[in-house]
Design a protein around this ligand. Structure first.
Ligand code: SF4
Length: 225
């Protein structure tokens, strides 16, 4: 549907996706139900951008909250949105604040990273402390600004539709391989952003024509006797 040449850095590629989605919408009035992409597109801000536009992110989430030392990671804690708290595997609440602020500006802003903590005396008496926070008196869990959007992407990942999307993604990657190997786009001949854009646009046009030729096979010509 669209082409946008970028430098091969993650932020530029993510930016070009937003440009293409907006452009396709403005030009053809097309609004995708879902976006299938790899982990490079799974940052919080990108997922949030998609969810706000009602585009389901079929994208693996970039998650650095996992732990490698065998202790429980954030994924083991249940998010309780209604009460703005996490619930640990032992059923205890981890709260951001334990008192009500008379000045709401001092309370949670929803921006940046929020920290949630369990009560010290609860953790010290907990039978699972060694599995949860062996080196600290109380367990802390952080929640990033775009965690709600990341949760949407995590929930989608458990669906059957996501498995289908993963297979479809392979098909798109085949197209990129075809661009490089068959259409020779491993190296560009034209220089500068305009030259790159022209080459990509031509290559994508060639691919679309190839696809159309497969869908609408040329009519068989009957020989005259
Ligand atoms: S150590 Fe604290 S946070 Fe961890 S499971 Fe026990 S009570 Fe919950």
């Amino acid at each position: 549907m669209d082409v946008e040449a970028t430098r091969s850095i993650r932020q530029a590629e993510v930016g070009s996706t937003k440009t293409m989605l907006d452009r396709v919408r403005a030009k053809f009035d097309l609004h995708p139900e879902r976006l299938i992409a790899d982990t490079a597109y799974g940052s919080g801000p990108m997922l949030d951008w998609l969810v706000k536009r009602k585009i389901a992110p079929h994208i693996p989430v970039i998650d650095k909250a996992g732990r490698t030392d065998g202790t429980w990671s954030r994924a083991d804690f249940e998010w309780d949105a209604e009460n703005n708290q996490y619930i640990c595997p032992e059923g205890e609440a981890l709260k951001q604040f334990r008192r009500n602020y008379s000045d709401p500006n001092r309370g949670p802003t929803g921006k940046g990273v929020a920290k949630y903590q369990a009560l010290k005396h609860t953790c010290l008496a907990c039978p699972s402390k060694a599995k949860c926070c062996p080196k600290a008196d109380a367990r802390k869990v952080t929640r990033e600004e775009h965690e709600d959007a990341r949760d949407v992407a995590r929930a989608i990942r458990k669906t059957r539709q996501y498995k289908i999307s993963a297979k479809l993604r392979k098909k798109v990657e085949m197209l990129f391989a075809h661009l490089k190997r068959i259409l020779g786009l491993g190296r560009l001949r034209l220089r500068g952003p305009c030259g790159e854009n022209d080459e990509f646009l031509l290559a994508a046009t060639a691919q679309n024509l190839r696809k159309l030729a497969k869908i609408f096979a040329a009519p068989q010509q009957t020989r005259k006797a």
